[in-house]
Design a protein around this ligand. Structure first.
Ligand code: GZL
Length: 329
């Protein structure tokens, strides 16, 4: 798969920051807002749901960017159900939108509806999660992190931190979702290389805080005496697990190492408070890149099949209260 790497946090956040500043200036001076290369375009955005802070930040980034570029955005929230998302894409096709942005809830089941978009001459830009389809010409590009690499970064950090001895509870994301599949693969492959590290339980918390707490409470009932690490596929489930650990009288971040992926303000604050130990970043601010892709395609340009968003890792060595406070999501 041809790949292009999208700059990591500083540039994207800087762009978002500058963009937000421009937006404020436009509102204050009563000008701008309707300009930009996307002016006059109608774009359908089929969002997966609102299950996490990360997801809500992604939605805000795409809506903000549409406003800045004068794009007429049609938004659909599938509430975590693929059938709703497929219906939304079909509606956008029927409306004859100029392009579709899709954050696919799960990897499979997209061949028919994306084939219909291609037949209708409507380009599809995938954001944040990939699809498993027979013919990858039915989407223009995927803008997403490398979830296998994220899981690997978490596993390698844990190996160094633990000296190769760990009893791990893994809280998995939504079954069938690309980040859940690949974050598990990346992490489990590292753990499997070390005899002293063992995943004692692995269960889905569906990327949300309440389910993450509920699943952790149930697993603690069985494993409280042996668990030394929680590896959560996203911040929200890690924060739920922290609540469960504290309710069980354990000290998260001290007695039990807590690792998460996303890198939002709440998780980095928990890191600074000593309740979290490692947070792998996964940037949700994909609005600028998504509309750049739409405009490139509309201008007859081509794009790599995967535009990989670079990620970094945060722990006590490189994160302080000011950094956590300034996180834009
Ligand atoms: C990652 C994204 C995941 C986040 C979760 O690109 O799909 O879904 O890690 C979100 O927080 O719910």
């Amino acid at each position: 798969m041809i790949m292009k790497t999208i700059p990591s946090t500083p540039l994207i956040l800087k762009r978002a920051g500058l963009g937000l500043l421009a937006l404020c200036a436009a509102v204050l001076t009563g000008c701008g807002g309707g300009g930009g290369e996307g002016a006059g375009l109608t774009v359908g955005f089929a969002q997966a749901g609102a299950e996490s802070a990360w997801r809500r930040a992604e939605t805000a980034s795409i809506k903000d960017e549409a406003g800045k570029r004068g794009v007429n955005l049609r938004f659909s929230d599938a509430q975590g159900k693929q059938e709703n998302q497929i219906a939304a894409v079909r509606d956008f096709i029927a409306q004859g939108v100029d392009a579709i942005i899709l954050a696919p809830i799960v990897e499979t089941g997209w061949d028919d509806v994306l084939g219909e978009a291609k037949d209708a001459g409507i380009p599809v830009v995938l954001v944040d999660r990939g699809v498993d389809v027979g013919d990858d010409s039915i989407y223009a590009t995927l803008i997403a992190s490398d979830f296998v690499a994220e899981g690997k970064m978490a596993g390698e950090w844990l190996f160094k931190k633990s000296g190769g001895k760990a009893r791990i509870i893994e809280l998995e994301g939504t079954p069938g979702a690309a980040p859940a599949i690949d974050r598990k693969k990346g992490f489990d492959d590292v753990i499997g290389q070390h005899a002293g590290m063992e995943i004692i339980a692995s269960q889905s918390g569906d990327f949300n805080i309440e389910k993450g707490k509920e699943v952790m409470e149930a697993l603690l009932a069985k494993h409280a005496g042996e668990v030394t690490v929680v590896y959560a596929h996203n911040d929200d489930m890690a924060l739920g697990a922290i609540q469960a650990l504290e309710a069980a009288g354990k000290k998260p971040g001290e007695e039990v190492i807590v690792i998460s992926i996303d890198g939002g303000k709440a998780a980095l604050t928990a890191l600074v408070e000593g309740k979290m130990n490692c947070v792998v970043e996964c940037l949700p601010l994909l609005g600028p890149n998504a509309f750049d892709a739409v405009e490139t395609i509309r201008a007859g340009g081509t794009l790599p099949k995967w535009q990989k968003v670079d990620d970094q890792l945060f722990d006590a060595d490189n994160t302080d209260a000011a950094f956590a406070e300034n996180r834009p999501y």
